[in-house]
Design a protein. Sequence first.
Length: 256
Amino acid sequence: MTDPEPDFDLLSAYVDGELDPPEASRLARRITADEILARRVAKLFELKEGVAKLAPEVVVVSVPRRGPASRLFVPLAFAAGLLLAVLGALVWNGMPYPTQTQTITADALDEAIRLHDDWVSQAQALAAPAALPAGSFAPELVSAGLTLSMVKPDAHLGGLPALQAGYVGRHGCRLSLFEMRSEDGEEGFSVAVKADLQSATWANGRFRYILVARQMDEARFAMIAGVLRAMTGRQGEDADLEVVARLQTARQPCLG
């Protein structure tokens, strides 16, 4: 009887040294005998090293542990590398936005939350996949179970123009990503949770971003936010499609 192919969680645990010695030994023997499996593990080690360099910039607030912490946050830690292809080419450029020369304000965040809630409360939150305006781009989150359903190119946050992209999941999830131009350089990435509200903010030197959701699994939201932040800061890099295709941990249903 052939053993089942090791899944992503098992390979991640192996890379992190979390397996007990007998299991690690069995998996190591299998890896040495399987060239494709060996490449996947090598890629995971490479991604782990790359993501570790981002760690000091990441602040996650009030994301609870659910079950063994190591297994939960392995996909979160690797997300910046593993979902690059899932998100597609996130290059939102060529838009005539004024620049914002300060960090994202509380007012801008409040307005983003209001716009998200307004969209969710309307029938268009259940609309078919949206068409992007000419000259603009938005990330593809289909592999994470989210479909682009709404694009609002004339949103305003903190008195400045912004673009809002709304995503709909099959299990009740609604996610809004906001973008506005900036020339301030890099800004620390933070994720905050307050009751049923999740939000994230970051900047990549050209744009500032706000991500908003309600009642989304908190680990799932943090993972998607981290990947989006990494993608906006590392545009143009190739991704290992074979590894990315195995990541299915960002599909938890929403809670409401």
